[in-house]
Design a protein around this ligand. Sequence first.
Ligand SMILES: [Cu+2]
Length: 119
Amino acid sequence: MHKKPILFPLIVFILCLNFLTLACNDTRTPGSLNNSNQLTIKNYQGVGVITKINPDRRTIEINHDDIEGLMPAMTMEFHVKDRALLETLKPGDKINFTIEEKAGTEVITEIRKAVTSDE
Ligand SMILES: [Cu+2]
């Protein structure tokens, strides 16, 4: 039985590695971003209908569909990068939009009116 003293620490080591990996994933919340994550910019494509526009606050409220990898469908207010993006829009418009996510904050960088057949 020469193998036992070697095998046991090895199993413990592997279990510890698994635990560390799991613990690492659990702490990946927006509040604990490290420097490398802060520099990461991610773009997401969304589809929705405008419910409210606030040019003064530079925000737009959208009833949006599921945004893959970011959030489920909901009605919410988004900040837009440039007030000019809101100029030709009105509540009820169906839009496609691009969200830029950086350091845990989201901002809309692009809005395109979706082509609807009943216009
Ligand atoms: Cu949302």
